[in-house]
Write a protein that binds this ligand. Structure first.
Ligand code: HEM
Length: 460
């Protein structure tokens, strides 16, 4: 094991690397990988950062040696918002909460959620959309995924809260970045307008979640959803009591936020990319028409909508909804032949790895055919990791694939989404990778014969 730090930017100005990282994190990390290779180092005060950009090292940190690391980068800040839910809790408590929630994400259950997914997607386009209307597609997708997570996992109607939730999440994510700064504890306590906005956003989200919990406590019959499971859960190892409202709130708000924001971003970027690639869009329409012949998709159609899934996969390569992750070393250990001191932070970026030319030649090109089984087999596992890995791998991955594919198919069947001209489409890398501004798209109803043509194309 080499004792020296890996190569990396050295500056006489203390903390300048961290400032560059904060100003334009994607540019900074991309440059680190291209200048220094698979592992790079930068320091900020007494904090050591290692940026790893090699699939085997990422696997070692997330899976093989996961016991040597804990979640890092903003965990305490995230707790301010999410409390001690699945995303932020650790150790035995996390293990127990994950075990409790897991049945809600079982394959059979996800297949049952499929119906809700398509009913809501169909309803969105029937009730809100009209021919030649222009919409902000990010807004529409947030509305939809929020309604779906609310109904499937909490048996609650949350669509009307969408505007409020989106605004509250935006406020929180913007502030979250600030709280990653040194002295953030102090900053948080100051009577700044931004802090007030953050607290108000949290209160708005809490009001929605506590409202759902209150309603359910009045009628606690098992409805077979996640909330029922959590409500009925007994703390077998503890005092045998039910979960407190605070615990329930923390779990519920975590799933509520983690379960819609990421999927909404994945779908938004997919529509944008399709609109820029008419040839692929046409193939996708043909697949949807051929497979569905005008009917609403079901869970059984999921494996048949191959190109839809490949397009979504490729969109999450180019615009991974979670674009960076961090882990903190619990003790001295080794990654990529270098010593990692206890307390050091390891950063891994889905965005940077997914654009690595070793695995994705011509990386900026949107090419769903990269995801045929044969092409996949040529690449190492962690060259693509939109859902993370190991014990903290996304619990909602199966849900997200089913949801994403069925929403795309339900909508593509009836609509052609075209990007309105004169827009600058840019990324905003907050906790998730959102578009910086609204993405205005014109909705064009597809001709009914497109669906009829589907029957001619059957098997073609
Ligand atoms: C395209 C959609 C999604 C993406 C890209 C995504 C990505 C991720 C990633 C990368 C992690 C791991 C974070 C880490 O290890 O630091 C994660 C964790 C998590 N995700 Fe997702 N997610 C998606 C959809 C969902 C959905 C639909 C749900 C729930 C309905 C969900 C709930 C969670 C939860 C609860 C965790 C924490 C799991 C744990 O630590 O045990 N996610 N997600």
């Amino acid at each position: 094991m080499r004792q020296l730090y890996p190569p990396g930017p050295r500056s006489l100005v203390p903390g300048s690397a961290l400032i560059s990282f904060r100003l334009d994190p994607i540019k900074f990390l991309t440059k680190l990988a291209s200048d220094y290779g698979d592992i790079a180092y930068f320091g900020a005060g007494s904090q050591h950062y290692f940026f790893i950009n090699n699939p085997d090292y990422i696997k070692a940190v997330l899976v093989t040696n996961q016991a040597s690391f804990k979640k890092g980068r903003g965990l305490e800040q995230a707790k301010r918002m999410l409390g001690n839910g699945l995303l932020t809790s650790e150790g035995e408590f996390h293990h127990r909460q994950r075990r409790l929630a897991q049945p809600a994400f079982h394959r059979d259950r996800i297949a049952r959620y499929a119906e809700i997914i398509t009913v809501y997607a169909d309803r969105l386009q029937r009730e809100r959309w009209s021919d030649d209307q222009t919409v902000d597609i990010a807004n529409e997708m947030t509305r939809l995924t929020l309604a779906i997570v609310g109904k499937t996992l909490f048996d609650a109607e949350t669509e009307d809260d969408a505007e409020q939730v989106r605004q509250a999440v935006s406020d929180c994510m913007r502030l979250f970045r600030r709280y990653l700064l040194p002295f953030s504890e102090l900053l948080y306590r100051l009577p700044l307008p931004a802090n007030r906005r953050y607290r108000e956003a949290r209160q708005r989200l809490d009001a929605i979640i506590y409202g759902i919990i209150r309603e359910r406590r009045k009628d606690p019959a098992d409805r077979g959803d996640l909330l029922s499971m959590l409500l009925m859960a007994q703390d077998e190892e503890g005092d045998g009591g039910h979960m407190t409202d605070t615990q329930l709130r923390d779990e519920a708000i975590t799933i509520f936020l983690a379960g819609h924001e990421t999927t909404a971003n994945a779908l938004t970027w997919t529509w944008y990319l399709l609109s820029q690639h008419p040839d692929i869009y046409e193939r996708l329409h043909a697949e949807v028409d051929r497979t569905l012949c005008g009917r609403i998709p079901t869970a059984d159609d999921f494996p048949r909508l191959r190109l839809v899934e490949m397009a979504l996969t490729e969109a999450m390569r180019l615009y991974p909804p979670v674009w960076v992750m961090g882990r903190r070393a619990l003790h001295d250990c080794e990654v990529g032949g270098y010593k990692i001191p206890a307390g050091a932070m390891l950063l891994m970026s889905q965005y940077v790895m997914h654009h690595d030319t070793r695995y994705f030649p011509d990386p900026l090109r949107f090419d769903p055919d990269r995801w045929t089984p044969e092409a996949r087999a040529t690449r190492p596992q962690f060259s693509y990791f939109p859902f993370g890995g190991g014990a903290r791998r996304c619990i909602g991955e199966g849900f997200a694939w089913m949801e994403g594919v069925l929403i795309l198919a339900t909508i593509a069947q009836k609509w052609h989404l075209r990007l309105e001209p004169n827009q600058r489409i840019e990324m905003q890398p907050l906790i998730t990778l959102r578009p910086k501004c609204p993405i205005r798209m014109k909705l064009q109803r597809r001709q009914p014969q497109a669906a009829i043509r589907g029957s001619d194309l059957r098997g073609g």
